[in-house]
Design a protein around this ligand. Structure first.
Ligand code: AMP
Ligand code: GLY
Length: 425
């Protein structure tokens, strides 16, 4: 069968490497992909948001299955368009993708169905939002309603800062239409956990838990990024907490989406905060996280393509979803200056032997006459799997040191907090 993957980053590279293990796949395309994954799939110059061209390509090339990985095409309805053309897909349709596409929708869903999350208010009117802030105690959390590349959240330490965030979103349109509506919510505290799950709308199967490292610099300093590294599993996510999340959050979310006529099929991402009062949902995403997918799929022992097709065909309860008992670590090597200003176009030298159990997933690179050049902020993710978290972290860093390009930088403390927590137990 010929399979296409929509997207072009490290997450898509990890999905492709996992799909490749299935011998039923004779050809893999990635739209648009990037030069760093050209050895694993044929890159096709069609953008992730160019849905019409994707459908056209799928029909002309007799694609038997499509995986739509990024948020934008999912929220825009890529799965609806491909399915209408007769192509089975992995990923939620447009109606279900709203769980990520609108924070106001997601918050309303949680309120209506009693799913624990931070208290909040939604505003379409700037003056009302500003007046509301006057009555709140900092820190105050201000979020743009729509998609904003993971940057639409401001944790304001003062009312002034919260107001500035509202003005920049609603008046100066810093995130375009995404910020014309804002959600203002209660500040929560506790360890953060990401749980990716497979669901076909009937069954939900959580994957191994993980911990993202969103801030740019060591010790969780600097601006928020798309993610600078991940470890899995997350030591804060105990079996007791997992059981609570299943009954209080995961199952109720699947049922709520069904009740709303928005059956979710695909990978449902739960961004959770483990507060003193119990687990709370910080955000839903309608897709695999990036770089969470890299670390989580490194531990998947079952066949990803089989699982994906079971989701599509609504027979997930029959599928085998097994993870190794070990641990993994993904260290993102970025361009100096990311997520703000950075330079690209530097030649990348990858190690010939990254090490056993190590994979390098390329996020931002292009091929130029056989040379691999940096082309993005997050350039690649060095991912290692091992028997223990300590070993996985060490292996990932040993391999990351061997990656060379000018202006490369990475956090030196991925997994540090997790290792300290695991040691305390
Ligand atoms: P999000 O884009 O919704 O994942 O938010 C980005 C980050 O902001 C999260 O990973 C949290 O660290 C933080 N955050 C979001 N909402 C809250 C909240 N209500 N309280 C505290 N921190 C939050
Ligand atoms: N790493 C966070 C996300 O993919 O949204």
């Amino acid at each position: 069968m010929k399979v296409m993957v929509v997207g072009g980053g490290g997450r898509e590279h990890a999905i492709i490497k996992a799909l490749k293990k299935n011998p039923a796949i004779e050809k893999l395309y990635v739209l648009p992909g990037n030069g760093g994954m050209a050895a694993d799939a044929e890159c096709v110059d069609i953008g992730a948001k160019d849905i019409e061209k994707q459908v056209d390509f799928a029909l002309k090339n007799r694609i038997g299955y499509a995986v739509v990985a990024p948020d934008d095409p999912l929220v825009l309805g890529a799965v609806d368009a491909l399915e209408a053309a007769g192509i089975p897909c992995f990923g939620p349709n447009r109606a279900a993708a709203l769980i990520e596409g609108s924070k106001a929708f997601a918050k309303g869903l949680m309120k209506k169905y009693g799913i624990p999350t931070a208290a909040y208010e939604v505003f379409d009117d700037k003056e009302k939002a500003l007046a509301y802030i006057d009555g709140q105690k900092p820190p105050i959390v201000v979020k743009a309603d729509g998609l904003a590349l993971g940057k639409g959240v401001v944790i304001a330490g003062s009312r002034e800062e919260a107001k500035r965030a509202v003005v920049s979103m609603m008046e100066e349109r810093r995130f375009g239409d995404s910020g014309l509506r804002v959600v203002i919510e209660e500040f929560l505290e506790g360890p953060e956990v990401t749980v990716l799950s497979f669901t076909d709308g009937k069954t939900i199967v959580p994957m191994v838990s993980s911990m993202d490292h969103k801030r740019a610099l060591d010790n969780d300093e600097g601006p928020n990024t798309g993610g600078m590294g991940v470890i899995a599993p997350n030591p804060f996510y105990t079996p007791e907490i997992a059981a609570r999340c299943m009954s209080e959050i995961f199952l109720p979310t699947v049922r709520a989406m069904n009740a709303e006529g928005r059956r979710f099929k695909g990978c449902l991402y739960f961004g959770l905060m483990l507060t003193e009062k119990g687990p709370r949902v910080i955000e839903y995403n309608c897709r695999f996280g990036d770089p969470e997918a890299q670390a989580v799929l490194a531990l998947l022992e079952s066949d990803l393509f089989d699982i994906m097709r079971a989701v599509t065909e609504e027979r997930l309860s029959e599928a085998e979803v097994r993870f190794s008992g070990g641990a993994s670590c993904c260290v993102v090597v970025a361009s100096q200056g990311y997520p703000e200003k950075y330079e690209t176009g530097y030649e990348i030298a990858l190690p010939d032997e990254p090490g056993e159990g190590v994979d390098i997933y390329v996020a931002g690179a292009r091929l130029d006459n056989g040379r691999l050049l940096t082309s993005g902020g997050r350039v690649l993710g060095v991912t290692a799997a091992a028997g223990s978290l300590g070993e996985a972290v060490e292996k990932a860093y040993r391999a990351a040191e061997k990656v060379r390009f000018e202006n490369a930088r990475y956090r030196k403390d991925i997994g540090k907090r997790a290792l300290e927590a695991a040691r305390r137990e």
